[in-house]
Design a protein around this ligand. Structure first.
Ligand code: MRU
Length: 347
């Protein structure tokens, strides 16, 4: 990694105190920085479901700490009891199930230990630290995909420091590439209805001094067509075994536009986002959230009272639209069932 490049953002989305998990309430950003105190696994599940904490890798890290809280309360039995509630909090990001199983596998191995709760706390800390290292490695590998200086890139939703334990997946790549002089400007799609792009991603880039421009989601295809975008980098919530990429609703449309105009479209995600048990994207459960989140922006109603609305939170980008998947273990290119399998087995 180049010198003077930070590994973490000064504003951490979660903070482990030893007795509880402090969770930055992302629903209030960028206007207020407020931390919620989660002292039980149920508190963490509620914070996840309500979107106070979000982003696939962070959901996994928080779940690992929730399991450590359950271990402190009632040992391995407590962890086994807490797991279903955590798994139900959000259905799409596979990192949640990955983290819960990581904790249970380790917990079952040391179930008889006197200092069981301490060991589980350490295991959760290791899970968090592994995500941080993965972020660094992805930033470096992803930046290598940009072959010239001063590129203009696009991103969607928030795959940044607020979604991980480090600087992020897609955002980490862009921040590092900017540090190397390879990125001149990033275009952030606002990402209706939760506005992760305008509220969170833009905020992160502005704080980091990366030149960033906010666009509405429906401007993305126009901008790509205009020849002003050199590459698109997005995160992912689950990657199927065949390479189909699930990410925030609207990603698929951006990928289609990118393919049509020969702009490379890259997904950046840790190996924990790949679901080897899910053969293809159409089998990934797509979270449907409350229509209330569509008919309102924040607390302001924008549709007539009684309006019907649908809120699909994610979509699937078929692998043939994905130029490469950047993981901490290497770049998957071309994206195929075989290349995915190779990365999963490369340790
Ligand atoms: O609903 P969210 O805000 O949790 O959705 C987040 C995304 O879609 C991100 O792009 C994805 O989790 C990757 S985060 C590194």
């Amino acid at each position: 990694m180049a010198k003077n490049f930070p590994l973490k953002d000064p504003v951490a989305p979660v903070h482990w105190t030893g007795r509880s998990l402090k969770v930055l309430d992302q629903r209030l950003l960028p206007h207020k920085v407020v931390y919620l105190n989660c002292s039980t696994p149920e508190d963490v599940a509620r914070a996840t479901k309500s979107m106070a904490l979000r982003g696939a890798p962070l959901i996994g890290c928080a779940a690992a700490y929730a399991m450590a809280l359950a271990a402190r309360r009632d040992g391995l039995r407590g962890m086994e009891k807490a797991a279903p509630g955590l798994l139900k909090a959000r259905p799409t990001a596979v990192n949640l199930a990955h983290a819960v199983s990581y904790m249970l596998v380790e917990g079952r191995q040391v179930a008889e230990a006197k200092n069981f709760a301490d060991l589980m706390e350490r295991t959760a800390g290791r899970y968090y630290a592994e995500d941080l290292l993965a972020n660094q490695s992805m930033a470096k590998l992803g930046a290598s995909l940009l072959k010239k200086r001063n590129c203009r890139v696009m991103t969607y939703c928030n795959a940044g420091a607020l979604a991980t334990s480090g600087l992020g997946t897609a955002v980490g790549v862009i921040r590092y590439a900017h540090h190397l002089g390879k990125v001149e400007r990033v275009y952030c799609c606002e990402t209706r209805p939760y506005l992760q792009g305008s509220r969170l991603t833009l905020w992160e880039f502005m704080k980091a001094g990366v030149p960033a421009t906010l666009i509405t989601d429906n401007a993305a295809a126009h901008l790509i067509k205009s020849g002003n975008i050199d590459a698109v980098f997005v995160g992912s919530d689950r990657i199927a075994a065949n390479g189909d990429v699930c990410n925030k609703i609207g990603t698929y449309g951006v990928a289609l536009a990118a393919k049509r105009h020969r702009v490379p479209f890259y997904a950046v995600a840790p190996v924990s986002t790949i679901d080897p048990h899910c053969p293809r994207g159409s089998l990934i459960p797509i979270e449907e959230r409350s229509p209330e989140e569509v008919v309102k922006i924040g607390s302001c109603r924008i549709a007539p009272r009684g309006a019907k609305a649908a809120h699909f939170a994610f979509d699937i980008t078929p692998r043939d639209l994905v130029g490469a998947i950047v993981t901490e273990r290497g770049i998957i290119k071309p994206v195929s069932r075989r290349s995915i399998k190779r990365i999963l087995h490369a340790i």
